[in-house]
Write a protein that binds this ligand. Sequence first.
Ligand SMILES: C[S@@+](CC[C@H](N)C(=O)[O-])C[C@H]1O[C@@H](n2cnc3c(N)ncnc32)[C@H](O)[C@@H]1O
Length: 261
Amino acid sequence: MSHSDDDLYREQSINFLELIWGQGYLSPGGPQEVARLLANIDLTAKRVLDIGCGAGGITLSLARDYGAASVVGIDVESPVCDTARKLIEDAGFSDQIEIHKVIPGPFPFADQTFDIVFSKDSIVHITDKEALAAEAFRVLKPGGWFVASDWLISHDHEPSAQMKQYIALEGLDFAMASPGRYQRALENAGFANVALHNRNAWYCEQAKLELSELSGSRREEFESVVGIDLLQSNINIWTAMVKVLETGEHCPHHFRGQKPG
Ligand SMILES: C[S@@+](CC[C@H](N)C(=O)[O-])C[C@H]1O[C@@H](n2cnc3c(N)ncnc32)[C@H](O)[C@@H]1O
């Protein structure tokens, strides 16, 4: 698997996250959380863009389980793109699903290419939420939905000391923004029917379960796959994350908006 020193999601981290959330899933909740995110959105025979497709589990599911005619997954890192391509090829979906490694910034697609723009827990890595919303709007066909889950911070002020400590431990390029900023970015891009839904209560409980598995019931299994050092650093991350989930400052959200028809 090819990687560069700048990659944040390398083979070991991919293996670790898949052990928690399932093969091809690099974010919480597995298929059940994707189903909740996609409630009342019909993907049948649609052309779908998946922003930040990661290891491809959800990208595959959008075609295999939701009936999308075609899915294009985009990501900025080679190891996750390689993993996703293999998963999709092994599942026999290479005709319907393409994975593109892209450079951050405007999407390499023409206006009005997609019926649905989807994203799961990836926009947290993109600093310019306004430009991202404008790009999602541009590549959607009229009437199409932008449906996403992401990791937000509850306010527009300086993060608390606990939150700064958590973000530093993650070691990822998190650019967390508030629900208000997301709402304004979507509305200013032109989206109608904008709705946000706070998933903090759910993920707070879920993350505590994950932490108890990492540090207790599944510790040996994790240690055998990723080694004691990576496991311990993730236990430290989860411990810090649970604290900011408990205060509500770390507040994963679902959000959606529709391009007027
Ligand atoms: C937490 S993972 C989620 C992956 C996948 N959506 C899932 O839920 O399993 C975040 C992904 O966003 C990708 N990413 C980071 N910056 C990006 C950007 N500017 N455009 C697209 N993807 C990006 C990362 O490489 C990583 O694969």
